[in-house]
Design a protein around this ligand. Structure first.
Ligand code: GLA
Length: 643
């Protein structure tokens, strides 16, 4: 069975609406509801006094209606009493501003009072519902996103630094404090990176990000373990994608029983479809071969620069299948019924303000029916032969002050590499630079500004062993302490694998466009480098004229490319397809495999014209034979292993 449903916040409604919810959930084939995410104020109206009666009634009603529950701990939104009782546990910004209730996510994860309150409510819920037959899984917290720079944080940060560095001397060396008179003489002098006059110390920034990620993991584990003491159901938390990176998602993936993600594209149309694949491929990769689940998407929501754009007819189904094709064990939405008041009145829902007689609910019903028909794919997996390297340290390293260009953007580089592969019809995994990469026939390293010694050696060994590696500009420039690589970039093992040595970074001016030897245009960045191998493209401007811009090199049994600038979209797409080939343009095709050899081929036609399928077959979505998909059409074909 695949899951279909969404966040259900019945406390906003009354009995008549609950009755209608039951009927509509049956019509839409809803089988899982996330309950209680924002219910702290109702569950614990005063500190230590719990009221579970209303939740008992909803869980029993849902269970009787065939809807299992993903039961949340409400700790992402502490109630107003919490502010008054524990003002020291509210978050403080880098400039010293302390936030108060009136919104949500207002807590400091490093504050003992918050951690205790969170553990207590999680324990109380687990004790009460740990054995409830309707609880299918647990949903700890919601999108761990809040950062804090308060005194509790400062104390916890110092403890973390002592563990990591052992002595102040090592910390001073790691952070390069000899410069700018930043040397620390006592631990009490070390602070989180609060507002400063000018550039913050980069090592302090990176260590703070790592520390905060560990703080999130510890807070998650505490609740998870409290739940596990009373329940044998899987426990998870929903990862916030795409651009937030407040926790190392590889590490979080290892802590949860089931990786769960929320996905809201930031641009409509084809960009939203590509972003769906970007989110889904990351989720599958963080899950490391275990199941994962799309925990939230919007029915009619594309957050785009201060606007909530709608989705086009058919996109609810295409985005849903886009996630399931890439391994999701179902598709859930935020939220079931659109709020009529409060902070998310305009966030779309499965039942919109207009009610069930609406395009959105009809599309939800259709998607629910189709997901129910696809139950047989549950538990099957997706294997990719190509990977894009994803590393939290490299991401955080590119946020530090004082880099050579403000146009360097790790998230952009990551997303762009994935997009070029998606456009070429190639399914990609994400991998960490230190993972075993030998199963991939091609690996892309987007701008991995920070690359550890172990990562650089791993990439060299991957190429030596027969791998094909594309490394992009501004990679391997600093080690895991943010110290510059000396003697030429990138890190030596990678220089060997790429057959290059970079002497100088030459960032481009804002809006500057350069033209390379074959007419391809490039922006943002250029480098002065020497290459042992072939120069596929050269620069044509200034002091770089005639020098390599794109190189290819044979090393050991493998091959490597180095791209020292940011190519325009068509040049980049051409490079990617030249290296890995391409599928049918506009036709997204992904295969899920079961252990018994059965395969399910998912096809999504993003083109404006009909496309022919590579092979005709029986479509599980309609029960009809298909050989061609209309514009926007989808099909799922089952292939059994022939004996
Ligand atoms: C997030 C949250 C939800 C809701 C949705 C929609 O991802 O997890 O609580 O706020 O966004 O805005």
């Amino acid at each position: 069975m695949l899951f279909f449903g969404g966040d259900y916040n019945p406390e906003q409604w009354n009995e008549a609406v609950w009755k209608e919810d039951d009927a509509l959930m049956r019509r839409a084939h809803v089988n899982l509801a996330t309950v209680g995410v924002f219910s702290w104020a109702l569950l614990e109206p005063e500190e230590g006094r719990y009221d579970f009666a209303w939740l008992d009634a909803h869980l029993d009603r849902l269970y009787a209606n065939g809807v299992a529950v993903d039961l949340a701990t409400p700790t992402a939104s502490p109630p107003p009493w919490f502010t008054l009782a524990h003002p020291d546990a509210l978050p403080v910004g880098p400039d010293g501003t302390r936030l108060v209730h009136g919104s949500r996510d207002t807590y400091c994860l490093a504050a003992p009072a918050y951690r205790t309150a969170a553990r207590n409510i999680a324990t109380a819920l687990a004790e009460r519902y740990g054995a409830h037959p309707g609880v299918a899984m647990w949903h700890v917290h919601n999108e761990y996103t809040t950062l804090c720079w308060c005194d509790h944080t400062a104390a916890a940060f110092r403890e973390w630094l002592q563990q990591r560095h052992g002595s102040l001397e090592v910390l001073n060396e790691a952070w390069g404090t000899e410069f700018w008179s930043q040397r620390y003489g006592a631990w009490e002098q070390v602070l989180p990176p609060r507002a400063t006059q000018w550039h913050k110390n980069p090592g302090q920034h990176l260590d703070f990000r790592r520390f905060w990620s560990d703080t999130v993991l510890a807070a998650y584990r505490e609740q998870r373990d409290a739940i596990r003491a009373h329940s044998d159901r899987p426990v998870t938390t929903n990862m916030m994608l795409p651009a937030y990176q407040n926790v190392d998602l590889w590490a979080l993936g290892r802590e949860v029983d089931l990786v769960a993600i929320d996905h809201y594209p930031d641009a409509p149309g084809l960009d939203a479809a590509a972003d769906t694949a970007f989110a889904a491929d990351r989720a599958r990769s963080f899950a490391g071969g275990r199941p994962w689940l799309l925990m939230e998407q919007g029915t009619n929501t594309v957050y785009s620069g201060g606007r909530i754009l709608g989705k086009e007819p058919g996109e609810i189904l295409r985005h849903t299948l886009g996630h399931i094709a890439r391994g999701s064990e179902g598709a859930l939405f935020f939220q079931w019924r659109q709020s009529r008041a409060g902070s998310e009145t305009w966030h779309s829902a499965m039942v919109p303000h207009a009610g069930a007689d609406s395009r959105i609910f009809r599309e939800i019903q259709q998607a629910g029916e189709i997901v129910a028909r696809l139950g047989e794919v549950a538990g099957s997996t997706v294997t990719a032969k190509v990977a894009v390297l994803h590393d939290a340290d490299a991401w955080w390293a590119m946020e530090v002050d004082g880099l050579p260009s403000k146009d360097l953007d790790y998230h952009d580089a990551l997303r762009r590499a994935h997009r070029a592969l998606w456009d070429a019809g190639i399914t990609a995994d994400f991998a960490h630079p230190e993972h075993d990469l030998s199963r991939y026939r091609f690996v892309v390293a987007p701008s991995l500004f920070l690359l550890s010694d172990a990562g650089a050696e791993n990439l060299r060994d991957y190429v030596a062993g027969g791998g094909r590696l594309l490394v992009q500009y501004c990679s391997g420039v600093v080690n895991d302490r943010l110290h510059a690589r000396l003697g030429g970039y990138p890190a030596l093992p990678l220089r060997e694998a790429l057959g290059i040595r970079i002497e100088e970074h030459r960032p481009l001016r804002r809006d500057e466009v350069i033209v390379l030897s074959d007419g391809t245009r490039a922006t943002v960045w250029s480098e002065s480098l020497r290459a042992d191998g072939e120069a596929l493209l050269t620069y044509t401007h200034g002091m770089l004229a005639g020098k390599p811009a794109l190189t290819r090199h044979r090393f050991g049994a493998g091959e490597s490319w180095y791209l020292s600038t940011r190519l325009d979209d068509s040049g980049y797409a051409a490079l990617i397809t030249q290296i890995v080939g391409s599928g049918t343009p506009g036709l997204e095709s992904v295969t899920r495999h079961a252990q018994d050899g059965t395969r399910w081929q998912f096809f999504l036609n993003h083109d404006v014209d009909p496309v022919s399928l590579p092979e005709p077959g029986l479509d599980l979505l309609t029960g009809a034979h298909v050989s061609e998909l209309p514009a926007g059409g989808c099909a799922v074909l089952r292939k059994r292993r022939t004996p």
